[in-house]
Design a protein around this ligand. Structure first.
Ligand code: GRF
Length: 196
């Protein structure tokens, strides 16, 4: 798998996948990292690991069409064959979506379709799960499309909600689950057990 990452935040999901490639668990390679946040942990981790990285955003490209083309070229120029959206808070443009259709994976920190959709990200998801007294939550990997969190579900894993959980403790447990789920899913894709 020649993986291109788009990440806006800390990049811990990307790190878990890069580690799996480096320790031989996952037959794959991180070919590019793109972030709309020049100060993101994802860019910092890419720099440390010598992975080609790009700060591409509405700040660097005011015109959405030129941003879409810049993202598309950063991916194709590095031979990316699978896109991993790991905490990427923006929508991909039509050129990138079309070229990589069916090969764009996103991770969401809930059991979609529950607690998904625009605006439901980060601690908002966990606060809603706690407010509704759910006893179980989890993480979902799905194909990304033009909308938020609506593409076909590829893999899911449950996480228990504990009585004394706060949004922070729950987020931390779900994030650990995300890391395990993403690596497991990519291994299954590389081995043909999951066909996109
Ligand atoms: C994760 O919680 C993920 O579910 C959400 O954004 C966060 C990404 O975290 N989409 P990281 O940047 O991979 O640490």
């Amino acid at each position: 798998l020649k993986i291109g990452f788009l990440a806006s935040h800390g990049g811990s999901n990307m790190q878990a996948i890069v580690d799996a490639c480096r320790n031989g668990k996952l037959y794959g390679e991180a070919k590019a990292v793109i972030s709309n946040n020049s100060g993101s942990g994802a860019i910092e981790r890419a720099r440390k690991h010598g992975i080609p990285h790009y700060h591409l955003s509405s700040a660097t490209h005011s015109d959405p069409e030129s941003l879409d083309r810049a993202i598309y070229h950063a991916l194709t120029d590095n031979g990316v064959t699978l896109i991993v959206l790991a905490g990427y808070m923006k929508k991909l443009g039509p050129l990138t979506l079309r070229h990589y259709k069916g090969r764009i994976l996103n991770i969401h920190p809930s059991l979609l379709p529950k607690y998904g959709g625009h605006g439901m990200f980060g601690s908002k998801v966990h606060e809603a799960v706690l407010a509704n007294r759910e006893t179980v939550t989890g993480a979902t990997i799905h194909l990304a499309d033009e909308e938020y969190d609506t593409g076909a579900i590829v893999n899911q894993r449950e996480v228990a909600v504990l009585p004394d959980d706060t949004a922070e403790t729950l987020a931390a447990r779900v994030l650990q689950c995300e890391h395990e789920l993403f690596v497991e899913t990519l291994v299954k894709i590389s081995e043909g057990q999951i066909v996109l």
